[in-house]
Write a protein that binds this ligand. Structure first.
Ligand SMILES: [Zn+2]
Length: 258
């Protein structure tokens, strides 16, 4: 046994004892199973839940969007951008819209600021303990934390996404190279431009797995330059007040407001 593995075995023994002491009578079985099989065992139930979602990004992404669907779009809400502190608005269309972060629509303590649903013990999304009331100190589901990070920075999950595609480039079908990159199938600028009024829980799918693909860098560079060309073309059209309708690639430009 090397020094490192000895250290790990000792540490895991302590973590396991701590975890078992803190474990309530009811605890999600898959989370416990996951915790006990980690190379470094999480020492508390909360850390076990966090570790579970961190290692199941796709599941967290699906769950967060399903919970958001349960809440639905708040009445009178529209997707807006803003930089004012405390407005809950994102400064850029690259970030997913989160209506329940806006003071006008926030559901208050014990509710998740991402999906709007109640948060229970350990950041869990279901009341497994029959307490009947959400955890008043919680503002995030553990699953929604993972989903949010994934939506905001999908390139951190390139390994997971590559494996999901069986290491094949989503555009060319060739083997994915080390330099492969994450791409939004529908680029986010087009989501903002063309799908801004889509119902909110559906909007989130543009940041989640349904709109993400890993492509080889050379393919990505080509796609990005085509997109940059489209955007420049549109800017020129807007400047000259001409309305374009480019059907061939699905890019529909609205009549300009003169
Ligand atoms: Zn949530």
């Amino acid at each position: 046994m090397t020094a490192a593995s000895e250290w790990r075995a000792e540490r895991n023994e302590r973590s396991r004892a701590r975890l078992e002491r803190a474990l309530p009578a009811v605890f999600p079985a898959p989370v416990l199973q996951h915790a006990l099989s980690r190379p470094l065992m999480p020492p508390t139930p909360r850390l076990a839940v966090e570790s579970y979602w961190r290692n199941h990004v796709h599941r967290a992404d699906r769950l967060a969007r399903a919970l958001a669907t349960r809440s639905g779009q708040p009445e009178g809400w529209t997707w807006r951008l803003g930089t004012e502190k405390g407005s809950g608005l994102a400064a850029t269309f690259r970030m997913p819209p989160s209506p329940y972060r806006e003071p006008a629509h926030a559901r208050g303590p014990g509710h998740c600021c991402i999906c709007g649903q109640p948060v229970f013990r350990f950041g869990w999304h279901r009341d497994l303990w029959g307490t009947g009331t959400p955890n008043k100190n919680a503002r995030w589901h553990s699953a929604c934390v993972t989903a949010w990070k994934f939506w905001a920075a999908p390139s951190d999950q390139v390994k997971v996404l590559k494996a999901h595609q069986h290491h094949r480039c989503a555009a060319s079908g060739k083997r994915l190279l080390k330099t492969a990159e994450i791409d939004h199938r529908t680029p986010l600028y087009r989501v903002w431009r063309e799908h801004r009024d889509a119902p909110w829980p559906k909007l989130l799918a543009y940041w989640g797995a349904p709109n993400l693909q890993v492509v080889n860098r050379v393919v990505h560079v080509e796609k990005c330059s085509t997109e940059a060309g489209e955007r420049a073309h549109q800017r020129r059209a807007l400047v000259s007040g001409v309305s374009l309708d480019v059907e061939s690639d699905g890019l529909m430009l609205l009549p300009t407001q003169a």
